[in-house]
Design a protein around this ligand. Structure first.
Ligand SMILES: Cc1ncc(COP(=O)(O)O)c(C=O)c1O
Length: 420
């Protein structure tokens, strides 16, 4: 059998596949002893949220009409009309956005939403040209890297690095070198950013929105960790809505990654295009996530739970992980942590590291600690010199606090065991 060029690329060694296999083996397969999982992006299992799922499942099971709608009926490709109405209402109430169901489309998770959006805007154009997606701030989410159906459609910009304190730094967008050439058909950022925990400032977002409007291209904002759900955002920033913004909001980090449910919020023509693409690639979306979360969206409970349960839960875990770094990493060692404004990761920069982060990842795996090497998060920069890409590791703090602490102790020993 011979695979197509695209088949070879998608079936080959991709960062996201390596990460998900590590995650699956660590969490789903019984390894003995289980590795310390500071790798993948699985959300934590929060008892108060598990009670909510249990109650919603009981309600669904005890209502025959709802059970039938959830299990035995294809929704329209755009999603369940009641759920779309509910989300439009929530966005109007919470943010004052002027949106209706025509601005929304459900997708099977954020990952698929990005596959659809990138290929909607990038690739060969009707006039024989080629459209590209520009990521204005690398490092960015590993899962975007292999999503374009055509090669060489992603381009990216290296970050400005600001030292913000002892062992602390923050990335900024290098606007001086940000050129939106005519082939750029969309800008894309995650906010908060996976992997770094960076939160692009309001001023930076405003400048990106102005560029998008000026060039009549969309600014795609990945809201996987933002408001109104799941709210894993520790910095105070304003959500942005303009005629050129497209948000992707997922139920995964709210605690429902197994339901594979996300929402695209954008101009009506984009929402309609996404719905059509869902019909072609999957007929319809799964109904379970919408059935579970629909009433929580309608009542606004989803935002209350995000604010009162999920955000404080991750903030406490973040603080414990930072305390473990301060405890185990030698104070004089050449390391720095990105300012953690949101998401569920610490981004560790090992300055002038002698080993690449992939090499460090492999050694740590042998010692029973899973992390994600930084290289995967610097895509679209292939033609640029960027040693920084080999010097970073992503550490998740979503799992059990004791495991995270022990993982950080072993990482410190591996990196700085001989330090004095
Ligand atoms: C920034 C970001 N975007 C998108 C996704 C995709 O998530 P899902 O497909 O579960 O919605 C993730 C998952 O980790 C993520 O971290």
């Amino acid at each position: 059998m011979r695979f197509s060029e695209l088949g070879v690329r998608l079936a080959g060694e991709t960062g996201i596949n390596a990460l998900m296999v590590d995650l699956g083996e660590a969490l789903a397969v019984s390894a003995d002893p289980a590795p310390l999982m500071l790798g993948g992006g699985n959300p934590a299992h929060i008892p108060a949220m598990e009670t909510v799922w249990e109650e919603r499942m009981k309600e669904i099971i005890s209502d025959p009409a709802l059970l039938r709608r959830t299990l035995a009926i294809y929704d329209p490709p755009r999603g369940n009309p009641g759920c779309l109405e509910a989300l439009a209402g929530l966005l109007q109430r919470e943010f004052g956005w002027s949106v209706g169901p025509e601005n929304l489309a459900v997708t099977p998770g954020g990952q698929t939403a990005f596959f659809q959006l990138f290929n909607l805007f990038a690739g060969r154009t009707a006039d024989g040209g080629k459209g590209r997606i520009l990521f204005p701030l690398m490092p960015e989410y590993i899962g975007y890297a292999d999503q374009s159906l055509e090669r060489d459609t992603f381009t990216a910009l290296k970050p400005r690095i600001e030292i913000t304190g002892a062992h602390r730094f923050k990335y900024g967008i290098d606007f001086e070198n940000l050129n939106v050439t005519p082939d750029i058909r969309a800008l894309c950022v995650s906010r908060p950013t996976n992997p770094s925990g960076n939160v692009i400032t309001d001023a930076e977002m405003q400048r990106l929105a102005e560029l998008a409007a000026q060039h009549d291209i969309p600014l795609i904002i990945d809201n996987a960790y933002g408001w109104p759900f799941p709210g894993i955002l520790f910095d105070e920033v304003a959500p942005l809505w303009t005629e050129h913004t497209i948000h992707v909001m997922s139920l995964s980090k709210f605690g429902l990654p197994g339901t594979r449910t996300a929402f695209v919020v954008g101009p009506p023509e984009v929402a309609a295009a996404v719905a059509s693409m869902t019909a072609v690639t999957g007929l319809a979306n799964g109904n379970f996530g919408q059935s579970i979360a629909g009433p929580l969206i309608e009542s606004g409970e989803i935002t209350r739970l995000s604010r009162e349960v999920i955000r404080p839960f991750y903030l406490a875990k973040r603080d414990k992980a930072l305390a473990a770094i301060a405890e185990f990493f030698p104070n004089t060692a050449p390391y720095s942590i990105h300012e953690s404004g949101g998401a569920m990761f610490l981004w560790l920069w090992i300055k002038d590291s002698k080993r690449t982060s992939k090499e460090i990842y492999r050694t740590l795996k042998q010692r029973g600690v899973l992390v994600v090497p930084g290289e995967y998060f610097f895509f679209g920069l292939e033609d640029q010199d960027c040693p920084h890409r080999h010097e970073c590791l992503r550490l998740s703090f979503a799992m059990d606090d004791n495991n995270v602490r022990e993982g950080i102790r072993i990482i410190s020993d591996e990196l700085f065991g001989e330090w004095n």
